[in-house]
Ligand binder design. Structure first.
Ligand code: BG6
Length: 494
């Protein structure tokens, strides 16, 4: 985790980012805006170059103009300063075209700097071409950095890493031919979100919550990640991926891990990773024959008319899975994970719903059950809420649910860093704490669900854009004897 002295270290670290896929969605929407924001806050290395590369050919000037439009349309002066660091070299990393130009340019930059530079290769490309990219990067020795052992290149890879267990293992062995563990940064940007890291502070920096976060007290856990937006221009990627692979296998499993893991010995990357992996390994596999009992999948109406989507597509844009962990602390506590595109709003939260205890003294004073809940909310606003019961003012004893809230924006007047800003700094520093390791265990959970879904079980439901999802998901919860708590427990309202 970045300390003030780490920032000094970052600033002194001569660095070149090589961004593959520089004209794509990720680079334009996340990477360049984050780098620009870091530059404005003076947090980037003093000696920094960004080699942007993609198959579409541009001059450096044209690429800079194009990027400026999406990153800083109204910030001409600051952009001018930042854009001088960007150069464009057209190349095709999957077809091995023009990579020699990148190698040559790196050598020149090193000569100009008269010192070793840290090379960071960022693959903002389609995961389907990772394997070829590793090979071609290896052919051109881009993995070597400046040949001084301790200054080898780093490679940053986006999720999904693989398509299923087998492909993730194949990719692992491919990448291992060219890169050592310390060089590999697998990004799951949810780990870079400040509120997600705050779950650790909430759980392990306080005394009063951890003793009740277990199956003696918690009835169920609900992890919700709903998006108002659709698939935008990403039809080609999304239609092959679907919600389960796009966000459940990675982002939502990481949230689950942080919400349920045991306290790590330290926040060093080995200890923290170990605890997260333990949780993923403890998820009970859903047998293919049980998929109808444990999952719901659905597609929003109109999805098949989206650009680059198969008109007969069976891809889910909504996924619900009920999971159990096979460990002592969480045995028999159902964990409901759901996500979807084009829903009624942007919500990301973890809710621990507590068991309902019949308090004898109040027996006659409430009609409806009022269990306690703890909500950790990432969206729409960041905070933590506790739903409890209070006596309504008045002569009679009437109990009502109320919320106690901690809201980031009320307690701190510093905005949260964007997840990518934080993670890019960690890559420069070489800190792997907020990056993921081996991903095989999560694919082992996903694969049987995927297999069942691909064989039509359960059938693909549909839902209206702007709704909270398919009716099947509500009926599912009703059968479980629960209701969805998000968004009804939304806290820190504006
Ligand atoms: C990405 C998914 O990893 O995360 C997208 O591919 C999703 O489909 C996005 O929209 C959500 O991230 P955030 O940080 O915008 O909530």
């Amino acid at each position: 985790m970045a300390l003030p002295k780490d920032i000094e270290k970052i600033k002194k670290q001569a660095t070149v980012f090589v961004i593959f896929g520089a004209t794509g969605n990720l680079a334009q929407k996340k990477l360049f805006p984050s780098m620009f924001a870091l530059d404005k806050s003076d947090l980037l290395p003093e000696k920094l170059k960004i080699i942007a590369t993609s198959r579409t050919s541009h001059s450096t000037q044209k690429f800079q103009d194009l990027t400026r439009e999406s990153v800083a349309p109204n910030d001409a002066k600051k952009w001018q300063n930042f854009s001088q660091k960007i150069e464009f070299i057209p190349s095709d990393v999957s077809e091995n075209k023009n990579l020699d130009k990148i190698t040559t340019r790196l050598t020149e930059i090193e000569k100009e700097a008269a010192s070793c530079i840290k090379v960071i290769l960022y693959l903002a490309i389609a995961p389907t071409i990772y394997e070829d990219a590793f090979k071609n990067i290896g052919k051109h020795k881009l993995n070597f950095g400046c040949l001084v052992h301790k200054n080898r290149s780093r490679i940053v890879i986006e999720k999904p890493f693989g398509y299923d267990f087998a492909s993730s293992q194949r990719l692992n062995s491919q990448i291992a031919r060219f890169f050592e563990k310390e060089q590999i940064f697998r990004i799951d940007h949810f780990l870079g979100k400040g509120t997600v890291q705050n779950i650790l502070a909430f759980r392990f920096g306080n005394e009063i919550f951890e003793p009740v976060l277990n199956n003696d007290y918690v009835d169920n856990i609900q992890i919700t990640f709903t998006e108002y937006g659709g698939i935008e221009k990403r039809g080609a990627f999304y239609d092959k991926t679907g919600a389960l692979r796009d966000v459940v296998q990675n982002h939502l499993f990481q949230l689950l891990a942080i919400a349920t893991m045991e306290e790590p010995q330290s926040f060093g990357h080995e200890d923290f990773r170990k605890r997260r992996i333990e949780i993923i390994q403890s998820i009970k596999k859903i047998a293919k024959s049980d998929a109808e009992k444990f999952t719901v999948r659905a597609q929003y109406e109109g999805y098949r008319n989206e650009e680059n989507v198969d008109p007969k597509s069976q891809t889910e844009t909504y996924a619900l899975v009920k999971l159990f962990l096979d460990n002592k602390r969480w045995q028999n506590v159902p964990i409901y994970i759901r996500t979807g595109k084009k829903l009624a709003g942007d919500v990301a939260s973890i809710i621990y719903s507590f068991k309902e205890v019949k308090h004898k003294v109040f027996e006659n004073f409430w009609q409806n059950p009022m269990p306690n809940h703890i909500t950790i909310q990432i969206k729409p606003a960041e905070g933590i809420g506790i739903r409890l019961v209070a006596k309504k003012p008045g002569m009679t004893t009437q109990l009502e649910p109320v919320d106690m809230e901690f809201c980031y924006r009320r307690s701190f007047d510093i905005p949260q860093l964007d997840a990518y800003e934080r993670l890019l700094m960690d890559v420069i520093l070489g800190d792997q704490t907020l990056f993921i390791g081996e991903v095989g265990a999560s694919w082992k959970v996903i694969d049987p669900i995927r297999e069942a879904w691909d064989s039509g079980k359960p059938p693909l439901a549909t839902y209206k854009p702007g709704s909270w999802g398919p009716q099947e998901a509500d009926q599912f919860m009703m059968r479980e004897g629960h209701v969805w708590l998000a968004p009804y427990l939304t806290i820190c309202k504006i």
